[in-house]
Design a binder for this molecule. Structure first.
Ligand code: NAD
Ligand code: DAU
Length: 336
């Protein structure tokens, strides 16, 4: 029986990963540790509540006592917990440093003390920075550009150091932009789907030509699982969808899928320090037998359908975030 501590399991990718593991393995026991920040939502795991192989613990990864207590009961850690939104990090970086760096440190210390067998850290392709031509390999230097990506790079490098210095059995994944069910409606795809449903403008930053590589969340989950089962200890693996598109392309696809007019697109002032293009080379993870299964068109359609069917889920979240939105609109979404 594999006993896994999944931090940040009530968030977008974490909750999809918990569901993926329980659906694919009989012999797995999962403890979710989540602080339920604005982005965490126990409802994301509602359908799993009655599964005896899953336990939820409300707590913070920066809390040493809590982390030590849980670590003594598991053999594997998958660390998703993080502050994750670039725009929020531009307003207020403190929580990013606290969770993404200090929280990762507390988990590493406890994992060392309790001698866990696998510590898989979820990093991001944003740690490499922007690239206009070609694609980043795992060995490329890290050049993060936002407080978010810098704090993620700090956590990522700390994890590496615990392998080199203490021999902690770590693994790192750096994935591209995920999309799919349960993504908090502040990120591009769910924000634009839910705005379009309500006929509210879609605030497209700058010239709309920044490029992201989109991966359906289930493909990232199968990639993380492949690294957990077959990855070489101490190594880092890029996980990319192979779907590089300009933001304007994604925006128009969403409007088309919902039958909404292009006039809903509202060009707004650019994000400060906005990375132009992300691109990662995924040959290393493909060598251990992984590849993405979802085509972008199918994944986008499935995602739009999910948000249409789960209106109560996102409407409640958007109503709660009104105060933040008002502040954010003044800062960034005013007309150019
Ligand atoms: P998310 O914002 O949806 O969820 C983050 C979760 O972490 C939430 O449930 C939140 O409550 C929890 N959390 C935050 N601070 C915590 C703390 N101090 N202690 C315990 N729990 C805490 O994020 P996501 O999009 O699911 O991202 C998950 C991970 O994947 C992050 O590490 C992120 O950097 C990484 N990542 C995300 C993407 C993406 O496209 N979303 C791509 C690459 C990497
Ligand atoms: O690349 C992986 C990263 O992807 C993850 O590490 C982050 O946690 C995740 O938030 C995401 O970061 P991005 O900044 O790429 O995602 P976001 O959805 O915020 O923005 C995607 C693109 O869309 C980006 O070029 C900015 C643009 N954008 C975003 C928003 C929210 C807009 O044009 N308008 C918007 O309102």
């Amino acid at each position: 029986m594999q006993k896994i501590l999944v931090t940040g399991g009530a968030g977008f990718i974490g909750s999809n990963f918990v569901r993926y593991m329980l659906n694919n393995y009989e012999n797995v026991h999962i403890i979710v540790l989540d602080a339920l920040t604005y982005a965490g939502n126990r409802e994301n795991l509602n359908d799993l509540e009655s599964d005896p192989r899953y336990i939820f613990y409300h707590g913070d990864i920066t809390d040493r006592k809590v982390v030590n207590n849980l670590m003594s009961n598991v053999d594997t850690v998958v660390n998703f917990a993080a502050e994750t939104h670039v725009d929020r990090s531009i307003h207020k970086a403190g929580e990013f440093i606290n969770t993404d760096v200090k929280g990762t440190f507390e988990l590493l210390e406890a994992a060392k003390t309790y001698k866990v067998e696998r510590f898989l850290h979820i990093s991001t392709d944003e740690v490499y920075g922007s690239i206009l031509d070609g694609s980043f390999k795992e060995t490329d230097p890290l050049e993060p550009n936002s407080p978010y990506s810098s704090s993620k790079a700090g956590g990522d490098l700390l994890v590496r150091s615990y392998f080199v210095t203490y021999g902690l059995p770590v693994l790192i994944t750096r994935s591209s932009n995920n999309y799919g069910p349960y993504q908090y409606p502040e990120k591009l795809i769910p924000l634009f789907i839910t705005n379009a449903i309500d006929d509210i403008p879609l605030p497209l930053y700058g010239d709309g030509k920044n490029i992201r590589d989109w991966i359906y969340v289930e493909d990232n989950c199968s990639g993380i699982d492949a690294v957990l089962q077959k990855g070489e200890i101490g190594q880092t693996y890029n996980i990319g969808g192979g779907n590089e598109r300009e933001n304007i392309y994604i925006t128009e696809k969403i409007l088309d899928l919902l039958g909404k007019p292009r006039s809903l697109i509202k060009p707004v002032k650019d994000r400060p320090g906005h990375d132009r293009r992300y691109s990662i080379d995924t040959s290393k993870i493909r060598e251990i037998g992984w590849k993405p299964e979802y085509d972008l068109q199918d994944g986008l359609k499935a995602t739009v359908d999910w948000y249409v069917k789960n209106e109560a889920w996102w409407r409640q979240i958007k109503e709660k975030s009104e105060a933040y939105k008002a502040f954010y609109d003044v800062q960034y979404n005013n007309n150019k």
